[in-house]
Ligand binder design. Structure first.
Ligand code: URA
Length: 235
C-alpha cells in the first residue's frame, strides 16, 4: 500500500472537471496554491496530504492521522468484522467516521492479545514500521502455562523453522522475568509467531501483551480500550 503521487494538472483536471489546457492557464494566473505556495509547475508532484486551494477554496485537505490504541482482549484487529467489535470501532470518540474509514492497522494482534496497536492513514509511515528491511523491534510481555528454562533463550535466538511458510524466523530475544513470565522482542511478524514458538516447547501462552513498536511505547496512562493521537518521529 504505497502512497500514490500524482501530477498537479491531472489532479485539478479530474477534481474540477476542466481540461489540462485550462489548468495550465489557472496556474499562469496564480490561482492555485499547494501547501500554501502558489503553484506554477503543471507537473508538480502531489500526494493525498498536499493541501490544495483553487481561488482560495480548499479542493483537497486530508490530515495525516497517527493513533495509539490500548487494545483489549476480544477486539479484532480488522477494519470490518461481522462478529466482533474492531479496533476501528473503538476510535469513534477520537476521530470522525470519515477518518475512521481512512485508517489502516500497523501490525495486527491476535484476538486474545492485548496492548499497543498503531493506526494511520499514512502508508509511508506504516510501511516504514512494518517493512522487513526496517527490522523494527516489537516488545511483548508473555505469560506461560509452564515454567521457563534457559533452553528457550537459545532456541529463540537461533530462530525456528516454520514448515508451513518454509522460513526460519529471525533471531528473537527472550528475557526471562520470572518463572512464568518473559519479554520477547521480535523484528518480524509471522502469523501467531510467539504462540507457535512457545508451542515448540509444548508450553501454551496464557497472556500476550504488546508494549512497544520501535520508538512508540504504549502510554501507561492509556486505559484498556482507550486511544489517542500521537505525533511521529520524522519519516
Ligand atoms: N505473536 C502471536 O502469537 N500473537 C500476536 O498477537 C502477536 C505476536
Amino acid at each position: 500500500m504505497s502512497i500514490s503521487r500524482a501530477r498537479l494538472d491531472r489532479f485539478i483536471s479530474d477534481k474540477c472537471q476542466i481540461n489540462r489546457k485550462k489548468v495550465r492557464l489557472l496556474l499562469a494566473q496564480k490561482r492555485v496554491r499547494v501547501d500554501g505556495i502558489i503553484a506554477t509547475d503543471i507537473a508538480q508532484a502531489i500526494d493525498k496530504f498536499s493541501v490544495i486551494l483553487f481561488d482560495d477554496k480548499i479542493i483537497q485537505q486530508h490530515k495525516p492521522l497517527y493513533i495509539m490504541l490500548h487494545k483489549p482482549i476480544g477486539i479484532v484487529c480488522a477494519t470490518k468484522d461481522d462478529k466482533h467489535v474492531t479496533v476501528i470501532d473503538l476510535l469513534a470518540d477520537l476521530v470522525t467516521p470519515q477518518e475512521q474509514a481512512s485508517l489502516h492497522i500497523v501490525g495486527r494482534l491476535d484476538l486474545n492479545t492485548s496492548g499497543l496497536v498503531l493506526l494511520t492513514n499514512d502508508s509511508r509511515w506504516s510501511e516504514q514500521l512494518t517493512s522487513p528491511q526496517s527490522k523494527v523491534a516489537k516488545h511483548y510481555l508473555v505469560t506461560l502455562e509452564k515454567p521457563l528454562t534457559d533452553e528457550y533463550i537459545q532456541a529463540f535466538a537461533q530462530g525456528m523453522y516454520f514448515a508451513y511458510e518454509d522460513i526460519t524466523t529471525k533471531p528473537v530475544s527472550l528475557n526471562i522475568l520470572s518463572k512464568y513470565h518473559c519479554e520477547v522482542i521480535l523484528t518480524e511478524g509471522r502469523y501467531h509467531q510467539i504462540k507457535r514458538m512457545f508451542g515448540r516447547f509444548n508450553n501454551p501462552v496464557t497472556e500476550l501483551h504488546r508494549t512497544s513498536i520501535g520508538c512508540y511505547v504504549l502510554d501507561e496512562h492509556l486505559k484498556v480500550g482507550a486511544s489517542k493521537t500521537i505525533s511521529i518521529t520524522s519519516l
